[in-house]
Ligand binder design. Sequence first.
Ligand code: BES
Ligand code: MN
Ligand code: ZN
Length: 496
Amino acid sequence: MKFTLKQGKIAKKAKSCQIIGVSEKGDLTIAAKAVDKASKALITKLFKQGDFRGELGQTWLIPMLNSGTLLLVGCGKTLTVTAGDFRKIINASFKEIQSTHIEQVTVALEDLIITDYSPSWKVRQIVEVANSALYVFDQFKSAKKAATHLKEITISCAGDKTELAECQRALAQGRAIAESVSFAKNLENLPSNICTPTFLAEQAKEFASQHKNITIKILEEAEMKKLGMGAFMAVTSGSAQPGKMVCLEYTGTDKKSAPIGLVGKGITFDSGGISLKPPEAMISMKYDMCGAATVLGVFKAATLLKLPINLVGIMAIAENLPSGTACKPDDIVTTLSGITVEILNTDAEGRLVLSDALTYCERYKPKIVIDIATLTGAAVIALGHHASALLTNDDELAQDLLTAGLESYDRAWRLPLWSDYQEQIKSPFADIANTGGRTAGTITAACFLSRFTKKFRWAHLDVAGTAAMMMGGADRYATGRPIPMLTQFLINQCND
Ligand code: BES
Ligand code: MN
Ligand code: ZN
């Protein structure tokens, strides 16, 4: 898809479309007013007829024959909308256009006002939301959905030179994020019989080979065993598929500058292991590698944006299955850090693979490490699908991530990581247990991780509710989150 900016008048051609906004009161955006005037009050008349009511996200396609198509989109009560509503307006518009003959679209909503957000923010969101709305994953469908005819999306801009420059930058960021999100989603949506640990590691290898400033090292099981990664080995031991620890390095600035570490949970399928999940809870557990795919996605965004920063990425990749060689409840393992862990529940496998990955990350002397994991069902219960759970004892890092989340509209919400909760992971037999009881599951999981992150500033993102819609049903899909948030975080780090 080609994304461009345009100032001023839009030429109307056949197979082109202009998106214009109308509120419930019948207020028209500037472009809508111009169309209304040129068409003997067509829009005003339509509105008065009553079928098009301007409700948020309502769409109405009007063929204008030789001068293209109009798409009326409802903006809700007024032409001042919230950030979330703006995304709904864009999403609804592109869902409507997706299966038409339209080849070029102009988004003419430059005068829609969004409380607290700039015009350039709108540009970036249009790119990201349009990309998501048009995304299809049909590689396993015999009958492919007809590909969209859409080739070019033009975003109409007002404002002066500085604003236009900002919008250009936002457009580039939006493109990079959109491309990285689609790249990650294409891996995330794959089933685990195809996306095995070996496959995922190969994808990382292929990605790394395309970029001169990215290096990759893959730790195989034999090496991990020798190193003493007892927690990772316990998880991978139940599967016939060998686990992998993928270590990526991106050099975007002086080699001496300490990197930011991204550590991702990459369970290609989580059956629960011997502590087997019930069937309904197992559906969508192919998405348990979204943390690892996020690491790849953020690396892609960093390369596309040529971010002047150094990164280290660790993908802890394994499959969690029950078998005669699987780890069992009550087993005690020794992690790479030396801390011993009593495995009370083999379904709490994410923290096990992450513990060794986080300790391994110390070798790169990172200044900050952020881990990303679909770690607990409790995070979905607490925050639903709207916010990722953020846990850290570093207030400044928390603020930076929350801000990045608001800016990218890929939001997180902080939960406490008070030492009081550490009590719950005590074990009578080992240094710690891998579960902390029924209450505060997201927090006790983070408490577990906190034991392995003493050597750097650290934050944990539990994306169980946001990385994918996983809770069964027909509406299951990957979202590419939290790639927008983390990319924004890195952009902001570069500007500091
Ligand atoms: N991958 C799951 C978490 C999950 C659940 C993600 C639902 C997305 C949707 C994780 O490995 C898990 O099984 N966690 C357990 C932990 C418990 C055994 C302490 C959970 O949340 O039930
Ligand atoms: Mn699990
Ligand atoms: Zn899991």
